[in-house]
Ligand binder design. Structure first.
Ligand code: ADP
Length: 609
């Protein structure tokens, strides 16, 4: 409480008022008391002078006598005053304090001069005889019309002052006592007023510091008690509301965390911007899809981070219009095709827009591939069918009866039908591999045995074409992880091609080597080779270096594509190395079967039997 400024303000004001009142009281009472004492003293001197005048009226005729002097001394002692008798001419004939002989003429004394004119005179002055400050009262003594002298009664001012001093002391003591009592009472009264205010202030400060369970106990029933009650109610309500707010904000934080996790895990890129086009949120997918390199993008304008005019335009129009904006755009650096959907965030006025980016590069590529594939297949099918149609029409228009040519036309129909059949078989195979419908039983397959089998199958054609077909001399079996039929298809396709694109007198060989956990199988020929810029593309479907030659050879343009897909299915890969005019080497890498049980070979033989 003593540290309360309000307390000291109120208490100080009261104390100052009390002090001023006490001092005023002392000052007024002191001067009044002095007047009263002097009045009383004058009255006493007056009364004594009247008595003295009545008793000593005869003495003025007799003049100075020893008897008079003695009487005055006695009376003076009894009365406690100084008594003086002075004749009309100012001669002192008797004095209770001094011998009249030594006293000078008193005509010029102030009190006597006043008494001469007005009957009595009062003066307060230093007595030249006694050398003391005296209060003098003089009365004129008349006989008939004639002034005969004066009686004077005096008393020392010292006695008067002592009396005044004692009264003043009493006034001071009274004033001080009353002041102290008043101050003590003020202290307690102000304290009673201030204490509840201090309690309220402390509680309010505690609430401001976060301690909401503050209750102030003020038992009084006055306005302060009511204030404390209202304060307690307010702090209770505040505490409840803040608890509710905490709960709500915790829920909100949880929800936004969940939302961020969901948005963060989305494949689609999501960016939210506010009405000023400043980024509110961006997920990881959007960062990588749009290649945003700006750090701390949240809070910055979107055009600072995403320098794509199309996106900026969509943001602007989405902010202005209520509907959704949908465009497809290309990201220049990554060449990705992105579908962008922009929609306004709910709220009025519009708080911003959300942008959803969907990478449709693969979708568009697949669509292109599909379109290309359909047109390629149609084209590939159309060629033999047109030939068959032409042969049939020619036969029908009479050639059937021409014994020289009819067999040739029929042979042509058979060839085209065979080609068509091969094409359809290859198409079916590749579509099954690609769609995953062809389930392969990957097991340990003996490589050397499979190569020997394939070489045996191609021996006749090599003889016809005078091509030397050989395989690496070997000391033992090597097992690869593959499907037995699939491995055979790979080897047959590669050996077929090598024989087809190698002129008579050339050589075709099959080698293998173990490298770490893989087996590299090489089919090498000394044929026409493949130009460098075509080498990358020969594994594509329907890709041919020389279309006419391929068709002439009965090729479908799908052989190498099947090889690549099968190798990949078995966990391997295929590649080509070729020098035009020198020959080509096709390499297929397949996983080496190390500890697996070697079962595959029996299966292959069974399939071939
Ligand atoms: P195709 O049925 O036409 O042979 P492939 O997919 O097997 O189809 O081969 C694609 C193309 O690759 C061939 O048309 C040919 O131009 C080229 N090619 C494949 N193997 C060889 C090879 N051993 N020597 C030269 N060119 C080859």
């Amino acid at each position: 409480m003593l540290s309360s400024r309000l307390f000291w303000k109120i208490f100080g004001t009261y104390a100052a008022l009390t002090l001023v009142a006490a001092l005023s009281f002392v000052a007024i009472q002191s001067s009044r008391q002095r007047e009263i004492v002097i009045e009383q003293a004058q009255q006493r001197l007056h009364d004594s002078a009247v008595i003295l005048r009545s008793r000593m009226a005869d003495s003025f005729e007799k003049g100075q006598t020893a008897e008079l002097q003695q009487t005055l001394v006695q009376l003076g002692k009894q009365n406690g005053t100084r008594l003086t008798l002075v004749t009309e001419d100012g001669t002192v004939i008797g004095d209770s304090a001094e011998s009249p002989e030594v006293m000078d003429n008193h005509n010029n004394r102030e009190e006597l001069r006043l008494a001469r004119t007005s009957g009595f005179g009062v003066s307060q002055r230093q007595s030249p005889t006694l050398d003391l400050p005296m209060l003098n009262y003089a009365l004129r003594v008349d006989q008939g019309e004639q002034v005969v002298g004066f009686v004077r009664v005096s008393m020392t001012v010292k006695a008067l002052n002592a009396q005044v001093d004692s009264v003043q002391r009493l006034i001071w003591v009274t004033a001080m006592t009353v002041s102290i009592v008043a101050l003590v009472l003020t202290y307690f009264v102000v304290g009673r007023l201030i204490r509840p205010l201090i309690l309220l202030t402390q509680s309010a400060e505690a609430i401001a510091d976060g301690d909401l369970r503050q209750q102030v106990v003020i038992p009084s029933r006055d306005e302060l008690g009511a204030l404390a009650g209202a304060f307690n109610l307010m702090s209770q309500k505040l505490s409840m509301q803040i608890d509710e707010l905490h709960q709500k904000s915790a829920e909100l934080a949880k929800n936004s965390e969940r939302l961020e996790t969901v948005l963060g895990g989305m494949v689609e890129g999501v960016i939210a911007v506010d009405g000023d086009e400043r980024v509110l949120f961006v997920n990881q997918a959007a960062n990588s899809l749009l290649e945003i390199s700006t750090p701390e993008i949240v809070g910055r304008p979107i055009w600072e981070a995403v320098r794509n005019p199309a996106i900026q335009k969509v943001v602007k129009s989405a902010l202005e219009s209520k509907g959704q904006e949908n465009i497809e755009l290309e990201i220049p650096r990554s060449e990705a095709i992105v579908s962008l959907l922009a929609a306004q965030l709910p709220g009025d006025p519009c708080p911003g827009v959300v942008l959803v980016f969907h990478d449709v590069t693969d979708l568009r590529r697949l669509e292109n591939i599909r379109q290309e594939f359909v047109s390629n297949v149609s084209h590939e099918l159309k060629t033999p069918l047109t030939s068959i149609q032409a042969y049939a029409e020619t036969l029908l228009s009479g050639a059937i009866d021409d014994p020289d040519h009819n067999r040739k036309f029929l042979k042509g129909i058979e060839e085209q039908a065979t080609r068509l059949h091969a094409l359809i078989l290859d198409l079916l195979r590749i579509s099954r591999i690609e769609s995953g419908a062809d389930t392969f039983e990957v097991s340990t397959v003996p490589l050397v045995e499979t190569v020997e089998l394939c070489i045996r199958e191609h021996a006749a054609i090599c003889n016809t074409k005078s091509i030397q077909l050989s395989m690496q001399t070997h000391t033992g079996e090597i097992y690869v992880l593959a499907d037995p039929e699939g491995l055979q298809t790979i080897l047959n396709n590669l050996i077929d091609n090598a024989i087809n694109y190698t002129p008579s007198g050339g050589q075709v060989s099959v080698d293998w080597a173990v490298q770490n956990s893989m087996v590299s199988i090489k089919v090498k020929d000394t044929g026409i080779g493949i130009p460098k810029d075509h080498q990358k593309r020969v594994f594509e479907r329907f890709y041919r270096v020389d279309k006419a030659r391929s068709r002439e050879m009965g090729g479908t343009g799908l052989g190498l594509s099947i090889v690549k897909h099968l190798a990949q299915e078995f966990g391997g890969e295929a590649e080509v190395n070729s020098e035009p005019g020198q020959g080509s080497t096709f390499t297929v890498r397949l996983p080496l079967a190390q500890n697996e049980k070697k079962l595959g070979f029996q299966k292959i033989q069974a399939a071939n039997d």
